[in-house]
Design a protein around this ligand. Structure first.
Ligand SMILES: NC(=O)c1ccc[n+]([C@@H]2O[C@H](COP(=O)([O-])OP(=O)(O)OC[C@H]3O[C@@H](n4cnc5c(N)ncnc54)[C@H](OP(=O)(O)O)[C@@H]3O)[C@@H](O)[C@H]2O)c1
Length: 98
């Protein structure tokens, strides 16, 4: 299955990346800071690396997300926001895009 994951750098997202790859899925992680997954990338086997696509993207851009969601079988979000973001970010994500 081709999975697009938002929130891959987080404490829920990183184990999910590992589990999905170990189960044979292809994972595209759309993140704002790709460097945060450098150590995870080093853990992957060559075969898993071939199924892992790490891309920079803006979760607030519907066009950006649509381009990454194209052709995917599933989109999974493990996004989480600090309480200080809640009034703006939470509202945007849960009422506009999903
Ligand atoms: N951990 C738990 O035990 C637990 C239990 C129940 C429910 N949950 C829920 O599961 C979700 C994830 O939790 P978590 O503990 O994995 O959270 P986390 O470690 O804080 O990860 C949050 C993820 O969201 C991303 N993110 C936040 N703001 C962003 C923005 N403006 N643009 C792009 N990416 C953004 C973070 O990216 P950056 O790395 O770039 O900041 C990170 O990948 C939350 O909704 C949480 O409420 C978690």
């Amino acid at each position: 299955m081709k999975i697009v994951l938002l929130g891959a750098t987080g404490q829920t997202g990183q184990p999910l990346v590992r589990q999905a790859l170990a189960s044979g899925h292809t994972v595209t992680a759309v993140v704002r800071s790709p460097g945060k997954l450098d150590s995870l990338k080093k853990e992957l086997s060559g075969e898993e690396s071939n199924r892992f696509h790490l891309v920079g993207g803006n979760i607030f851009s519907a066009d950006d997300l649509a381009s990454h969601f194209q052709g995917a079988d599933a989109a999974v979000s493990t996004l989480g926001f600090s309480i200080t973001d809640r009034s703006t970010t939470y509202e945007l994500l849960n009422t506009r895009f999903f």
